[in-house]
Ligand binder design. Structure first.
Ligand code: ADP
Ligand code: MG
Length: 315
């Protein structure tokens, strides 16, 4: 059964797998491979399709450039950095997907949308920022200077310090109306890259970007819910969700109800920062829509969307 409207969230391995140097050529080649798989899905009959993607290593690289060049050009805020990664990853996805579709005789526009996601100014995450971003820094004078500039830093381990920022809850995909228009006109849309550009509403003023990063799976769930997608697929570098992950009792979940999955989450089965937010995102989507979410391997996209592989989460 082919879903009418699908939202697919692509993890880090879709762009730069662990261990790759992350050059532009390498990222382009990886994205191309991923888009070959997406084109196959479209050729199989997937109609309305929205892709979202992570940006962790890429936004980290932009931050490093910001820091090193701070005496030459003014550093830009984190919301700008996210926007930059949406642009570079988005156009590369569009280029390679259009190419792969054309090779299958399919002529459809692919449109990356610069996407803003609204967060609450009073999200508890802003009080105690906890999400490490960017490179490790060992120079304590440098850390002290940047703390004096208002940044939060934490010592991670022997590798040094990292900046920490808030990771607030995504509330609303502000560019969802544009995504709807594009879908209606037959485009494949790339949206909410890197979890979206975090903005807060300020009465009587334009939206204001904030120093935060939004989890891309949680933001994907909001987008999929707002778009009333039939399936929300989270594609990553493991075959699905396991209980007892990494232990001798490891068991991979196939078909599971959202209630049972929540029970495993409450029992502490899923790590914060990796499988935790994916499970939470899948649960939120299924609870909000009564539809199906799936967490599966990137190279199993077709079966994942059709409901045959990965961890299928049901109402
Ligand atoms: P992505 O970059 O695709 O968002 P992450 O690295 O954030 O992916 O999360 C996927 C990782 O989650 C897997 O590579 C795996 O090591 C880890 N993981 C943690 N707990 C679990 C679990 N219970 N089941 C499966 N994978 C898990
Ligand atoms: Mg990863």
């Amino acid at each position: 059964m082919t879903p009418r409207r699908t939202v697919i969230a692509l993890g880090g391995n879709a762009i730069s797998p662990a261990g790759s140097a992350g050059t532009a050529a390498e990222q382009t080649a990886n994205i191309h491979t991923t888009m070959r798989g997406v084109a196959a899905l479209v050729a199989e009959g997937l109609d309305e399709l929205v892709l979202t993607h992570g940006n962790g290593p890429q936004v980290g690289n932009v931050l490093i450039k910001n820091d090193l060049a701070r005496h030459v050009v003014p550093p830009v805020p984190l919301d700008w950095c996210v926007a930059q990664t949406q642009a570079t990853i988005g156009f590369t996805m569009a280029d390679t997907l259009v190419f792969e579709l054309a090779g299958r005789g399919i002529d459809r526009p692919v449109v990356p949308v610069v996407s803003r996601v609204r967060v609450d100014a009073d999200d508890p995450g802003f009080v105690t920022p906890s999400k490490p971003i960017g490179p490790y820094v060992t120079d304590t004078d440098e850390v002290a200077r940047r703390r004096a500039d208002g940044e939060d830093w934490t010592r991670i381990d022997a590798r040094g310090w990292r900046r920490v920022v808030a990771s607030p809850q995504p509330r609303e995909c502000l560019d969802r109306p544009a995504v709807e228009l594009l879908l209606h006109d037959g485009a494949i849309v790339i949206a909410n890259g890197g979890g979206g550009i975090p903005v807060v509403a300020v009465p009587g003023e334009p939206l204001r970007g904030v120093e935060a990063v939004i989890d891309k799976d949680l933001a994907g769930a909001v987008l999929a819910t707002e778009l009333d997608a039939e399936v929300f697929a989270i594609l990553t570098d493991v075959r699905g969700v396991a209980v007892g992950f990494g232990t001798p009792d490891e068991r991979w979940l196939t078909e599971i109800s959202v209630r049972e999955l929540r029970a495993s989450a409450t029992a502490g089965e899923f790590r914060a920062g990796s499988m935790g937010p994916k499970v939470e995102a899948a649960c939120r989507f299924v609870e909000a829509t009564g539809r199906r979410a799936v967490i599966a391997a990137l190279d199993a996209a077709l079966g994942a969307v059709h409901g045959t592989v990965g961890t299928q989460v049901h109402p």
